[in-house]
Design a protein around this ligand. Structure first.
Ligand SMILES: NC(=O)c1ccc[n+]([C@@H]2O[C@H](COP(=O)([O-])OP(=O)(O)OC[C@H]3O[C@@H](n4cnc5c(N)ncnc54)[C@H](O)[C@@H]3O)[C@@H](O)[C@H]2O)c1
Length: 342
């Protein structure tokens, strides 16, 4: 079995989540960690057994034993770092969102499509067992035709400094929304055609709206909403419900459960016919970083398409940016018109 040499760039919140889930795996060896903060790089290298660390990632790109680079830095730097990695002939797992503007995002997609190596964008929910199960249930017709998608993802931002840094680069509607606009299209196989949102600041030090509610319409008439909030006074709320003509699927995270005796998240399927409830308690790792990396390794070894593909990523990114435009203009925005006008 080949052992893939990994370089992590950005050893912050999500960088460490990547590292801690992959460093001990049979087919992975962490070679180096780079972070602009020298102490963070040193500590992460120590924790993952990496022999090399530093504040500049570029010398590590020259190493032959680095096969894969994980980019987990601020969004504003994804494009330039990805460009350097591809020029050095490395495969890349790059955090979402891809960029801070539609133009930069388009350039990143162009680079990925022309690359000789493989690039996977980290849409982690695609690798989550609960969401995979929900996709399977919807495809089997368990709830009939999906008609309404309700998705709330609010964070009680205890580490407010980190959220302030994230909001310097983009709105939470883009940062977090790319996951959920992608999920809506992935679960239903339909496209989001129109978005309409409003946003507000719940605290004055937020550099932009830290709360938003986005309604969307899909190509087959299905509707939905995505609610996102990051704030020190907001309550954590992580509720997802997918409603169809024949039933509904509810996904509750483990902190909402009466008894937290299993690792899993709780899926409840209600079927109208017979008024039946079915409860699935799946062993689910919320952020399955290793499963995600395995998808990239599969792309390298077999040429499999990404999960999601770069076209799916572009789609979710475009919808999220259209939603921000809709909030700014206070009017509904057609996603296709928005993309073609840019
Ligand atoms: N997939 C997910 O679920 C998820 C969750 C959180 C964050 N993210 C994304 O991951 C990225 C990082 O977010 P975070 O919350 O981990 O931020 P963070 O502030 O916790 O960490 C970012 C780290 O990158 C380092 N860094 C920045 N620029 C660098 C550079 N040029 N070279 C080397 N190091 C550099 C910083 O010093 C910091 O340690 C963002 O794009 C964010 O949207 C994804």
């Amino acid at each position: 079995m080949k052992k893939y040499g990994v370089l992590l760039i950005g050893a912050g919140h999500i960088g460490l989540e990547h590292l801690m889930d992959i460093y001990y795996r049979e087919d992975v060896r962490v070679i180096a960690v780079a972070d602009s903060d020298a102490e963070r790089a040193r500590e992460a290298a120590l924790r993952s057994g990496a022999a090399c660390f530093g504040t500049d990632y570029r010398p590590f790109l020259l190493r032959d034993d680095v096969d894969i680079v994980i980019i987990a830095t601020y969004t504003r730097s994804h494009l330039s770092i990805l460009r350097d990695c591809l020029a050095a002939g490395k495969h890349v797992l790059c955090e979402k969102p891809i960029a801070v503007s539609l133009d930069e995002g388009r350039e990143l997609v162009r680079l990925v499509k022309n690359a000789k190596t493989k690039v996977l964008i980290a849409h982690i929910l695609r690798h989550n067992a609960s969401y995979k199960k929900i996709k399977e249930l919807i495809s089997e017709g368990k709830i009939g035709k999906p008609t309404l998608l309700r998705m709330t993802q609010n964070h009680h931002a205890l580490n407010w400094e980190r959220y302030l840094r994230l909001m310097e680069d983009c709105s939470p509607v883009v940062d977090c929304g790319v996951h959920y606009f992608d999920i809506a299209e992935w679960l239903t196989g339909e496209k989001i055609t129109e978005v309409s949102g409003f946003g507000t600041r719940t605290q004055p030090d937020a550099p932009r709206d830290n709360y938003a509610l986005v309604n969307f319409k899909m190509s087959d008439g299905c509707s939905g909403y995505y609610e996102v909030g990051w704030g020190e006074t907001l309550r954590s709320a992580n509720e997802k419900e997918f409603i169809g003509t024949e039933g509904r699927i509810t996904l509750e995270m483990r902190d909402r459960r009466m008894q937290d005796t299993e690792e899993g998240d709780l899926i409840t399927v209600y079927t109208k016919d017979g008024r039946k409830y079915e409860v699935l308690n799946l062993p689910t790792v919320y952020k399955n970083m290793y499963a995600q990396l395995e998808v990239l390794i599969d792309m390298i070894e077999t040429g499999a398409p990404g999960e999601p593909t770069i076209d799916d990523v572009w789609r979710a990114f475009s919808v999220a940016n259209a939603a921000v435009q809709s909030i700014e203009d206070r009017r509904p925005v057609s996603v296709d018109e928005f993309i073609s006008k840019q």
